[in-house]
Design a protein around this ligand. Structure first.
Ligand code: HEC
Length: 132
């Protein structure tokens, strides 16, 4: 950084500063993480939470989603999941791990537990940190 100041930024004029500010303002804003994360879930499970028959389980009306402790849900998000391979369904679809920050994990789980008419208690950052 010292080299940058020495060789460059100490010589900047007002116009240079303005140009740098314009550049930074023009960068696209980062979308809010919980929404982006939930969008990712919706790719498979559907915005309506109904999933896709034979491929992705529904999250709406699913007791796994609304169960009391959230330990199972946290494990699933962290490690992803695969159903068993069977003769009738030799290559089951998998769920990729979603390695989200604590706050986003809490927001996404609260979202799926309280959408589509579901009324399970929300999930706090503390729940996520405690893993249950
Ligand atoms: C690429 C597709 C895909 C994405 C993206 C995805 N899932 Fe899944 N999800 C699956 C599949 C497939 C299963 C079934 C896995 C299994 O049987 O172990 C599953 C299972 C689940 C289950 C357990 C359902 C049950 O009845 O056991 C929950 C809850 C869940 N997903 C939530 C989420 C959330 C929340 C996200 C977003 C962070 C997400 N999923 C993203 C494909 C996906």
């Amino acid at each position: 950084m010292a080299e940058v100041v020495l060789a460059s930024t100490q010589h900047w004029q007002v116009a240079d500063l303005q140009a740098a500010a314009d550049y930074l303002h023009a960068l696209p804003a980062t979308p809010a993480p919980p929404v982006a994360a939930a969008d990712r879930c919706a790719d498979c499970h559907g915005a309506d939470g109904r999933g896709a028959a034979g491929a992705y389980p529904p999250l709406a009306g699913n007791p796994t989603v609304t169960q009391r402790g959230v330990g199972n849900l946290l494990q699933l998000l962290k490690h992803g999941g695969f159903g068993p391979s069977t003769a009738g369904h030799p290559r089951p679809y998998g769920m990729p791990p979603a390695d989200l920050p604590v706050a986003d994990t809490a927001a996404v789980l609260t979202y799926i537990r309280q959408s589509w008419g579901q009324r399970a208690p929300g999930v706090t950052a503390l729940d996520v940190q405690r893993g249950r």
